[in-house]
Design a protein around this ligand. Structure first.
Ligand code: FAD
Ligand code: NAD
Length: 475
């Protein structure tokens, strides 16, 4: 193997592996170094997303939703099941199989793109060099014209609630429970808390989510967040806002959590406790002295809009740089940088990054919330279409929630779309395209949507913004 490359990517998660593959497609010589280690010590490409994030969580969300629906919703379809049981070991085996298949697939993709895939750790040295340490401890100095840092993120810790890997775990631990805990506590009502809380609640756990903030999903459109809290509460999540955790004590009986809220000091007992209070950039050991790459106050690698660090030839992408910690944002940045390196056009539209929360009902949004649009001084109009009025949603017995369009009343341009309801994560793709192409409400109104489909809700919401909805009364 050569020690010199056009591009070296450090990190093989959703930011790093697409950067490496695209660089390979661009006919550059590429090495991708990834240090992800599973609990058994084995190495795997794919980073957090494939090994302990997006993919395993979605596998469990799917299994648990099917179980929940079978137990609570099938009856109305005339399907009677007796003695419904959940085999948690089988569910985990399926999830682990999906993860294994996907991570092995990434290694295959790297190979077929001509990427030299190296397991172990990489450290940036001054002068576009990388110190590579292989799993057997051997070291080599590699060099490249361009280096892409894609070292990702790790969970934030709560000093007063240390993890013990047994009773008190992080999100990775909560993906691997071998049995349904009778009482599950979750600290943090963010995306992870809601998704993983939902998994175990659907399987029968009594789930309490302790959220320090007084507001629920503050980044979401207020109307959507309000509906989400109502629906998730109905689905068994006991979300306690304004709950400031002060400590946890583990005993043979479980874990006792102390917190204060508006009513004063509180204490709760759980069998398992998940700490899900956010993630922080991971750059431990990544940068040797004198590289010139800077970190900001929160530990993110400082980059410009094109992910350039300011050091010639050194880029950084994904969770280790500013912006939402999302796999699709990471991927887009990785691809952008690989194209820029090859002298091609590369761009990431940070204004149009969709968010999806894979709970039931699902939530998804893109662009401005109504509150953000109003705060920006825009002349706002909105259109809301409830899934209750959607024939397809009714047929699916999934008619909670709505699609909401936020648009500029003057120019008619769509500013944001917010959906809570069935398949929201899929429906948002149309809205993302609409925002990417600066579509107007009229563009959406004049686009024919198949009937009966859930996507008609987006169409009708666009019509509702002009009080011209057909399938519901206009107010
Ligand atoms: P990572 O995926 O963290 O990958 C970084 C890689 O670099 C890792 O393999 C790491 O071991 C390696 N590395 C670090 N330092 C070095 C080094 N010095 N040398 C070699 N290798 C190194 N996002 C979504 O968009 N949708 C979801 O549904 C979703 N679900 C999630 C669920 C959970 C439970 C969690 C925890 C996260 C979820 N995310 C989701 C977030 C998503 O996982 C991240 O945004 C994404 O993984 C970021 O990609 P990345 O490549 O920047 O970092
Ligand atoms: P988050 O930032 O989404 O939520 C953390 C929550 O914890 C916040 O509501 C915060 O107010 C609360 N919190 C912080 N400190 C607390 C404390 N001491 N006590 C109680 N509550 C406290 O973070 P997360 O849920 O850990 O997720 C991490 C990242 O992973 C997110 O940036 C998210 O984008 C990404 N992720 C995305 C998806 C998805 O796209 N579907 C799924 C999972 C994770």
């Amino acid at each position: 193997m050569s020690d010199s490359f056009d591009v070296i990517v450090i990190g093989g998660g959703p930011a790093g592996y697409p950067a490496a593959i695209r660089a390979g497609q661009n006919k550059l010589s590429v090495a991708c170094i990834d240090g992800w280690q599973n609990r058994d010590g084995s190495y795997a490409f794919g980073g957090t997303c494939l090994n302990a994030g997006c993919i395993p969580s979605k596998a469990l969300l799917e299994s648990s939703e099917l179980f929940h629906r079978a137990g609570h919703e099938f009856k109305v379809h005339g399907i009677n099941l007796q003695a419904l049981q959940m085999d948690v070991a089988a569910m985990q085996k399926r999830k682990n199989g999906i993860v294994k298949g996907m991570t092995t697939g990434i290694a295959g993709l790297l190979k077929s793109s001509g990427v030299t895939a190296l397991q172990g750790t990489g450290q940036l040295l001054p002068g576009n060099k990388v110190h590579y340490t292989a799993p057997d401890g051997s070291v080599r100095e590699l060099s490249a014209k361009h280096i892409v840092l894609a070292s990702g993120s790790v969970p934030m810790a709560l000093k007063s609630v240390p993890l013990d890997g047994e009773r008190v775990v992080d999100s990775w631990g909560a993906l691997d429970f071998e049995a349904v805990p009778a009482r599950l506590g979750v600290i943090g009502a963010g995306v992870i808390g809601l998704e993983l809380g939902s998994v175990w609640a659907r399987l029968g756990a009594q789930v309490t989510v302790l959220e320090a903030s007084d507001s629920f999903l503050p980044m979401a459109d207020k109307q959507l967040a309000k509906e989400a809290l109502k629906q998730l509460t109905k689905h068994g999540l006991d979300v306690r806002l304004g709950a400031k955790v002060s400590g946890a004590t583990v005993s043979a009986q479980g874990v006792s959590v102390s917190y204060t809220d508006a009513a004063g000091e509180q204490q709760m007992q759980f069998d398992k406790l998940v700490v899900a209070i956010g993630r922080k950039p991971y750059t431990d050991g990544l940068l040797a002295e004198g590289t010139g790459v800077n970190l900001d106050a929160r530990g993110f690698i400082v980059v410009d809009d094109h992910c350039r660090t300011g050091v010639p030839g050194v880029y950084a992408v994904g969770d280790c740089v500013r912006g939402p910690m999302l796999a699709h944002k990471a991927k887009e940045e990785g691809v952008m940088v690989a194209d820029l390196i090859a002298g091609l056009y590369g761009h990431t539209n940070y204004e149009v990054i969709p968010s999806v929360i894979y709970t039931a009902p699902e939530m998804a949004w893109v662009g401005k919330t109504e509150e953000q649009a109003r705060a920006a001084g825009l002349n706002v109009k909105t259109g809301v279409f409830p899934f209750m009025a959607s024939g397809r949603a009714r047929a699916m017995e999934a008619s909670t929630g709505f699609a909401k369009i936020v648009a500029d009343a003057g120019s008619d341009q769509v500013l944001g779309v917010h959906i809570i309801g069935p398949m929201a994560g899929e429906l948002i793709a149309e809205a993302v395209l609409a925002l990417e192409y600066s579509a107007s409400c009229e563009d959406l109104q004049r686009t024919i949507h198949a009937h009966p489909t859930l996507s008609e809700a987006v169409h009708e919401a666009a019509l509702a913004a002009d009080k011209r909805a057909i399938d519901m009364p206009n107010r």
